[in-house]
Write a protein that binds this ligand. Sequence first.
Ligand SMILES: CSCC[C@H](N)C(=O)N1CCC[C@H]1C(=O)O
Length: 348
Amino acid sequence: MTINALREAMQQSGVDAMWISGPSNVRAISGFTHPKDGKVLVTAQEATLFTDARYTVQARDESRLPQVVARPPETYELAAQSVKGQRVGFEAEHLTVANLEDLRKYWPDATLVPLRGVIEGLRAVKSEEEIAAVQAAQDLADRAFAHARPMIKAGVREWDVALAIEAFLRQEGAENAFDVIVASGPRGAMPHGAASMRVMQDGELVTVDMGARLNGYHSDMTRTVAIGTPSSEMRRVYHAVLEAEEAAVKAVKPGVRAADLDQLARDILTGHGLGEAFAHSLGHGVGLDVHEVPGLRGSSEDVLKPGMIITIEPGAYLPDVGGVRIEDLVLVTEDGYRVMSHSPKENV
Ligand SMILES: CSCC[C@H](N)C(=O)N1CCC[C@H]1C(=O)O
């Protein structure tokens, strides 16, 4: 994302300047890798990173923007001159009420305008470098999954599988993109069933949803695997989810509406009597955050564009019985798609 693209978006949003406080947005625009302690002010003439003295060297070494080193309220006082008489957009989703009160107090001559999703929209299409960064995170996640897969057997705790994945990622200089989900047997009915101390049993399906965070970029992938032979009902559910997943992946191309892709997968599951069991959206963008634009859900207005990285992750959840989710990470290309996740899908 370039500053020029942001200035164009600012113009379209009717502001002269923008105060950026969302950590991933600060990182995207500045390159600074401790963005929780950074803010960026972009005006028509300047773009400046504000951080404090703990990061003087780090900001100098990492940021492509000029820096001002200060702590609030001095930060606001130093920026006040640049925003005088300006319409200044702020990120409504990322600014606390207390911070907004501070801006009002220290920038009495600015008009503050709440904005939503301006930078997130620009971040949805990734550069070649960003695509390579997400691919590196996914390649590492594939290796971590292969390392942990043999541990998924009767008598082992979900927790130990998650631990093996996390240790593998950390050995390689990465970390979990989110708490590893290992949901076995009836816990499979919980889409966000983070690993528990439950001991996995023969005949169960186990859903593992995991990602790596490497150099700030995330990956996201889910596999559901079997221990022994699951019930014929759960195998039926598995193959229905697999059918929906593969069909949705094949339909990925520029110009497709995210909502239509969600509907396509939902229709297939509904045909198998599992429409109600698909309790979440089909997927989401992935990059500096695990969940980004575009949103692949019924209410989404997003349209797929080349350079977007999305997940396709239909699932079916049967309370007290179990669940299945299968997820691939997919790049939207000029003429279709490229699957970025390569862990095998098992024939349960
Ligand atoms: C806590 S991050 C979860 C990552 C996962 N792959 C994911 O995005 N989802 C699992 C259930 C649906 C979807 C979600 O919307 O959270």
